[in-house]
Design a protein around this ligand. Structure first.
Ligand code: ATP
Ligand code: MG
Length: 255
């Protein structure tokens, strides 16, 4: 079954075209990498897929159901860590996570248990600080906890590992592997292609403005080697990405 299906997604911000007819399918149980250069429309697409933004046109299906602004039931089966994190700054971590847990319909005992376990595991037990007083990585950890607290079936992560320390990243990856083993789906963006190569089974690469240029299985990189595209062989994600999105050589004479 497809966990995510996007058909001809278009998103304009005023007259700025951020996503231009994007179509994609993501099979359930996949760790899916959604890649593209800065400004190519990744965060905008995630916004549309999770109800944070209204698409200008196109159709979205999540877990086989049509997704739109009214899909409250479906939203409970989805988790999102947006690029802007979506934290409520005046709260403390435990207050914010409890709020999110309740919003997703968890009962009080589940809220208490999960908030405690998440904060302990992510080493966020310092309750003297509000979220606005947290460090960048700490804030990111809270946003990740908020995305998973209700055990979603489809998880959207926008640059989840950026700013998080190695121990935190290792823990998150461990959780994500378990998540996938249970047949659930992760849709994540990242500019760190080595991480994507190690973690993801499949990737889509988009170019500006929000157009699919390649989608495929990348597990072959580790096993039988190369992926052939345009008659060329690529033995890793980075050269393929640069080929598809345009590698630039610019010399600064004064540098
Ligand atoms: N709120 C906004 N108002 C106007 N234009 C926007 C807004 N948010 C994004 N854009 C524009 O939409 C395009 C896509 O932006 P988006 O943030 O989706 O890119 P991205 O692929 O996530 O980039 P990055 O890798 O830098 O995170 C860009 O041209 C950007 O300037
Ligand atoms: Mg982005």
């Amino acid at each position: 079954m497809d966990a995510i299906q996007i058909r001809n997604l278009v998103k304009y911000y005023g007259t700025i075209r951020a996503v231009d007819g994007l179509s994609l399918r993501v099979a359930a149980g996949t760790m899916f990498g959604f890649l593209g250069p800065n400004g190519s429309g990744k965060s905008t697409t995630i916004g549309c897929l999770t109800g944070l933004l209204d698409p200008t046109a196109g159709e979205i299906e999540i877990l086989g159901k049509r997704f739109d602004a009214d899909s409250a039931g479906l939203k409970r089966r989805m988790g999102v860590m947006p690029e802007t994190l979506g934290l409520f700054e005046p709260l403390r971590a435990h207050e914010f996570l409890a709020f999110v847990g309740r919003m997703y319909g968890l009962d009080e005992s589940a809220v208490r248990k999960r908030v405690t376990e998440l904060l302990d595991a992510l080493e966020l037990t310092d309750a003297s600080k509000t979220l606005s007083e947290y460090s960048t990585g700490m804030r990111k950890r809270v946003a990740f906890a908020a995305a998973v607290i209700h055990s979603p079936e489809v998880l959207f992560l926008d640059e989840p590992f950026e700013s998080i320390d190695p121990a935190g990243v290792a823990l998150m990856k461990q959780w994500l592997h378990t998540f996938i083993e249970q047949g659930r789906t992760v849709f994540m963006t990242s500019h760190v292609l080595e991480t994507v190569e190690r973690l993801c089974q499949e990737v889509a690469i988009i170019a500006t403005p929000g157009k699919l240029v390649w989608q495929g299985d990348i597990t072959t990189f580790g096993r039988e080697g190369a992926i052939v595209y345009d008659g060329k062989e690529f033995d890793a994600l980075e050269p393929l990405f640069l080929h598809l999105t345009g590698e630039r050589h610019v010399e600064l004479k004064w540098l």
